[in-house]
Design a protein. Sequence first.
Length: 752
Amino acid sequence: MQIRVLNPCSILLFVAALATTFGSGVATAQNPATQNGAAAQTADRPWMNPQLSPEDRADLVLKQLTLDEKIALLHGNGMAHTPNWQTPLTDLANGGAGYVEGVKRLGIPGLVISDAAYGVRDSGANGRYSTALPSSLGAASSWDIVSACAYGAVIGSELRAQGFNMTLGGGVDLAREPRDGRTFEYAGEDPLLAGTIVGNLMKCEQAQHVVGDIKHYAMNDQETGRNFVNAIISKRGMQESDLLAFHIGISIADPGAVMCSYNRLNGDHACENSYLLHDVLKTQWDFKGFVDSDWGGTHSTEKASAAGLDQEQPMGNHFGPKLREAVDAGRVRLSQIDDHARRVLYAEFLSGIVDDPPQKGVVDVQKGLDVAQHVEENSIVLLKNRGSVLPIVPARVRSIAIIGGHADVGMISGGGSAQVDPPGGNAIMPPGKGASRWQEHVWFPTSPLAALRDKLPHTKITFDPGTDPSSAAKLARNSDLAIVFAYQWESEGMDLPNLSLSDNQDALIEQVAAANPHTVVVLETGSAVTMPWVDKVAGVVEAWYGGSSGHKALANVLVGDVNPSGKLAITFPKSDQDLPHPVIPPLPPHVRAHGADPVNPDTPVASYSVSYTEGAEVGYKWYQTEHKTPLFPFGFGLSYTTFAYSALTIDSSARTARFTVRNTGTRAGTEIAQVYATLPQGSDESWERLAGFARITLAPGKSQTVTVAIDPRVLQTFRESDESWNLASGAYKILVGPSSSNTPLTGSLMIQ
Ligand code: BGC
């Protein structure tokens, strides 16, 4: 049988199925009475006719608006739960991140906005419930657009059930700096993989009728000094890396909004950077939606408006009365205001929130938990499995020591504005605490210990907290198998000092492994970690931040009810020294001492910058160029079965790679086959570029021939002199295999 990856038809069918599953009330599914009402409405409100295009509908509304009504669309009105961001309208934010006034007299709803990176934020403070999906980096490690779509659909439906009609999710900044504290919110280091996963996630989220959003545009690749750091990078370097991820994501999702980021880029803040907003996003990519600033990321009125910022969030400090004054004084043209307002209206019509406003309701909790489990089962990466220590075979393993990581009570999650509140509160805090605080370590009450006991009722399973490594080692010595749970906690607003496990966990693992050769380490991390103990343990499982059903998914993988299939969306280096930047540049001393610019917090600290001299050599491309062998390469992941690759043929005119994958083991399993390309001779680069991939599920002994489209967008090079893309002619080497460092099949693609 032959399959083609990224098949748009199958995606559409799946999205249609999801729309039914999640009960999205699309305009075409309204009952006759509502339709009559709608017909009456369109007589005096022609923009209410859903047959018209979003562009036409936006234009019709725009003609009706006063200048003040237009300007009201261009700024927020405060943020819930944030004392210094309050206005008389903030209550209308519904407990969320923001509220933008609509035009009630014309039937244009306000934007009711919530953060929702891996689930709807602040459900604790708002007395609500939301599902936590696995972290985005985990979902990217599934390389599965169907999982990504289901992920987005759950979030979209839960936003609507809470009364929100706009999401703030869709982080697609590349993991160029793996110590970035938001790495878990993003989708890894490769533009094609990250853009494809986030694009499908956001497409399906917006299909639930919420305004979609992709962020943080752009080069927001570290949190240190994020409000003023000047990211310095060549145009070619950013176009072929981070911007390419955004472009792919935006072209798949067609989101209503793109959020510009806090940092500066080559001198100008991203939210007043005309190259980023006007030249690239709106002109080169023809983005029709609106640009909203990150919260507090607007720094000017005229400059930002001219550069292409459409909406200030969460207040109207620059795009409220000051914008009106600038128009009245002739410093900002009315046509510019019209363009901003039209874009906001367009996004409202495009996303369906005008025709189908959210209805508050009770979410389908079980459905969310099932999707979270399925995504996590596809995301877990088996990194090491010496002597087939996994899956656990109860007949051979009579006793298991579970050690560390609060595995008796739960699993850790990522912090900051992405934080989803766990039902019942933080598993390691006293009961009754509903809401979580900013940058608190939050453990979901998803106990791997309990989940394993459920799966293995006849096995003796004992827990040791791991706080005293010698007591943990003693338990391990007296058990058939030891599983150490290790975590790396991350949050917005801070970076990791390095990629080492904190809290003495390396020493704990060393001592347990010395006591029992059958030691498996389960990692709950937001990014890559270094593993000085890797040669001493038998197994390593990367579970990322597992979400609301992480314990069940993990237990299924550990006992073999699910065969792991995830592959790394980020390289794990041997040491921080192997990264393009051995350390994140330290903040200037006066900022370190005072926490912000003490004189004027809005003044950029001009001297603080980071130079991304590696350009587009992000992740595996960097290690390949530098001839550095990573600990675990991009695209790597094991299975409980084995696969063999054969018979590569390249069709140069169709630009496809065709090859056969065979399951050579004894279990059913899913392989993620990867297609890489190197540019023709004479190019100035030596690294490979991921050009396509396919997930293939095979019964034991079975094989499948697949045809993978080679994506021309990732083969092009960007010419700075005339801002053009060039697909060089010549022979491209095509490499196919199970990871970026193992490509047994090679062929050649000719481009004339
Ligand atoms: C974050 C955004 C977030 C916004 C609203 C900012 O601090 O960078 O990702 O959407 O706050 O909470």
